[in-house]
Ligand binder design. Structure first.
Ligand code: THU
Length: 161
């Protein structure tokens, strides 16, 4: 028997101290949250991505009376970018959330299904995706989606080796 350990590092920022390179994406994600369709949870999530071709695309959560048919903001944003710019890697993602009409003070982190999609997006393009999780009090930054899903299942797993 042997033990293995997986650790990852993430940075914490106050919104005021975020590097300038994030400001346009944070604004785009905040705007996107205004277009959420979330009558069931009353929790509005906005996401914005940057591609390596310089395109910014957005997403927001889209709910449905048949609850599992809805989709999270992160997947709407990534699929939106991939559908428009299928040859461009997604290199940055910002996530914001609004509850009770105000942005959450702590960041929200992507759900498990979104982590799965974000990891495959990295693998598909062979490029890391930095993820900024925004809160009005503090923000978290990870350097790669894969940090959020250790021992993930991916296309290589289907090879059966
Ligand atoms: N949601 C997202 O859009 N992203 C997340 O990271 C977490 C949750 C959505 C799904 C659902 O519409 C609502 O927030 C409440 O779970």
């Amino acid at each position: 028997m042997s033990l293995s350990q997986v650790t990852f590092t993430y940075e914490k920022f106050s919104p005021e101290s975020l590097p300038q390179e994030w400001s346009a994406l944070v604004s785009a994600a905040k705007d996107a949250a205004e277009h959420a369709y979330s009558p069931y949870s009353r929790f509005s999530v906005g996401a914005a991505v940057l591609t390596d071709g310089g395109h910014v695309e957005i997403g927001s959560n889209q709910e449905n009376a048949a609850y599992p048919s809805g989709l999270c903001a992160e997947r709407v944003a990534v699929f939106h970018a991939n559908a428009k710019h299928s040859a461009e890697a997604v290199t940055k993602l910002v996530i914001v959330a609004k509850s009770g009409g105000v942005f959450t003070d702590s960041p929200i982190t992507p759900c498990g299904s979104c982590r799965q999609v974000l990891c495959e997006t990295e693998q598909r393009f062979g490029a890391k995706m930095q993820i900024l999780m925004y809160g009005s009090r503090e923000c978290y930054l990870v350097e790669s989606a894969s940090c959020l899903l250790p021992l993930s299942f991916g296309s290589e797993s289907l090879g059966g080796k």
